[in-house]
Structure formats: structure tokens, C-alpha cells
Design a protein around this ligand. Structure first.
Ligand SMILES: Nc1ncnc2c1ncn2[C@@H]1O[C@H](COP(=O)(O)OP(=O)(O)OP(=O)(O)O)[C@@H](O)[C@H]1O
Length: 245
């Protein structure tokens, strides 16, 4: 079991945003974290990556909680934020070197992976460039590359599809697929429901800081729609029901 979240109560101040949130992401699984604006997706992610401390409940990655061993816990995670955060004084090459050091990676193997991705993302001639010279999509690609050279067990990806061109989206989905085959787990939040429906193994639907439901598309269709309902149909139906309550 890769990621196990149990009865998580948490948020930013004393009033909890997340109220008793429990879900898991198994080995080799891509789970979509889906919810309206303000539902609690980023807050959940901030707890999983260790930026926020739970008020109560627990978060474990392969049985290790952050309070057991913070370094070991964090090494198991590669995080790709919605808005890329790069070091403005470091070149692309130095970003890769920093990741290799931080995750204690085998240099040769990591550079082999990096070179493949540099070529795929058409960044191979830009190793000496600084972030200021990159477009938003290029910055996102640097973050994706740095995440996917690690040997993380859990990839946490916050809304990856909005700034990437269709070729890059396809490349990212291929990288995710490769990691799944290696047994890594991926938790991904997104509003792009048609892509999520095609690629996620399972969905966790969050609403007002609580898990509304979880399951694969067949389970959600059984519970909330018909066998032809798309994830988008199901989501809109649930959102309308909540609004009428
Ligand atoms: N830094 C913060 N301090 C206090 N409250 C916050 C902070 N960030 C988010 N919140 C609150 O937490 C709740 C959940 O927000 P969160 O960012 O987790 O939503 P989200 O599902 O990621 O939304 P979106 O789809 O808009 O990104 C909201 O009510 C929001 O106002």
C-alpha cells in the first residue's frame, strides 16, 4: 500500500478544512483527486507532501509517517505543483543536478533518464538556460523532468494539464504509465475530467473537505448515474445535489 490517509482532519487555521478524510493510493495506481474550486484538493495535497501537519488522523507512505522519519518520508515523494516553482539562480542543468543530490540518485542512471526527457520535451539545447527564459509550459516540463528522474514511490501531481500543450500532455501521460508499470503510485488532482476519466484507475471525489465518494468509473456510474454517464456527468450531478441540500 503506497499512500494511506486515515481520518485526516487538517487545514490552515484552527477551523479544519479537511474533515475526517480517508483514502488510499495503491502500488501502480493512478488516482484522480476531483472536486470543485475550494473543495480541499490542494489542502489534501499539502498535507500529503508534508507542508501542513494534521490536526488529527494519519498519513503514511509505505507505512512511514512524517513524524517517524521526515527525511525518509519526503524522499518517497515527488511533487509537481500546479504553478512551477524553480530556483531563479539555477540553470536547467543545475536543477537536474540538485534533484540528483537531494534524492541521492545514481548520477549516470538519472542523467540517462533526464536526457530522454530533455529530448522528448525539446529542452536538450537549453541546459544552460535560467528559468527566467522559459515559458510557463517549459517551466512545468522542468518540474516534470526533475520529478520523473527520482525513484519516488509516490508522485503527487497538482493540476498538470492546464499549461501544457497537447504533445506535452501526451508525453506526461506516457511517463505516468511507465511509472505505474514500475509499481509507483500517482495522486493527481485535476479539473480536466475527460482526460482523468480515460487515464485514472480510480477517483476520489472531495466536497467541502469531505470525501463524497470514491471508486472506478463503473462504481461511480452504478452509484450516481447510468452505465453511459461520463465522469463529467456524474460530477455535475453530484455538485447540483450538494447545491440543493
Ligand atoms: N493558505 C490558506 N489559508 C487559509 N485557508 C486556505 C488557504 N488555502 C486554501 N484555504 C481554504 O481551504 C479551502 C480548500 O481550499 P483548497 O485550495 O484546498 O481547494 P481546491 O480544491 O484545491 O480548489 P481549486 O480547485 O480552486 O484549486 C478553501 O475554503 C480555501 O479558502
Amino acid at each position: 500500500m503506497s499512500l494511506q490517509v486515515d481520518n485526516l482532519v487538517g487545514g490552515y487555521s484552527r477551523i479544519p478544512v479537511l474533515k475526517d478524510v480517508s483514502f488510499d493510493v495503491k502500488d501502480g495506481e493512478l488516482v484522480g483527486l476531483i472536486g470543485l474550486n475550494g473543495a480541499g484538493k490542494s489542502t489534501t495535497i499539502n498535507h500529503v507532501i508534508g507542508l501542513l501537519r494534521p490536526f488529527s488522523g494519519s498519513i503514511k507512505i509505505n507505512g512511514i509517517a512524517m513524524q517517524d522519519d521526515i527525511e525518509e518520508y519526503k524522499k518517497q515523494i515527488a511533487y509537481i505543483p500546479e504553478f512551477p516553482v524553480l530556483y531563479k539562480e539555477l540553470t536547467l542543468k543545475e536543477h537536474i543536478e540538485t534533484t540528483i543530490k537531494a534524492y541521492d540518485l545514481d548520477e549516470q542512471a538519472a542523467w540517462e533518464d533526464a536526457n530522454k526527457m530533455l529530448k522528448m520535451f525539446r529542452l536538450e539545447n537549453k541546459l544552460e538556460w535560467f528559468p527566467v527564459n522559459f515559458s510557463k509550459g517549459m517551466r512545468q516540463k522542468v518540474m516534470i523532468l526533475c520529478a520523473f528522474i527520482t525513484n519516488a514511490k509516490l508522485f503527487v501531481i497538482d493540476e498538470p494539464f492546464l499549461g501544457l500543450d497537447p504533445v506535452a500532455v501526451n508525453d506526461l501521460l506516457n511517463l505516468i504509465e511507465e511509472q505505474k508499470k514500475k509499481g509507483s503510485s500517482i495522486l493527481m488532482s485535476t479539473h480536466v475530467l475527460d482526460t482523468a476519466e480515460r487515464f485514472c484507475d480510480r477517483f476520489v471525489l472531495i466536497h467541502n473537505g469531505q470525501i463524497r465518494t470514491e471508486g472506478n468509473i463503473e462504481k461511480l456510474q452504478d452509484e450516481f448515474g447510468s452505465k453511459d454517464s461520463s465522469l463529467n456527468d456524474i460530477y455535475l450531478k453530484l455538485a447540483k445535489e450538494e447545491a440543493n441540500e
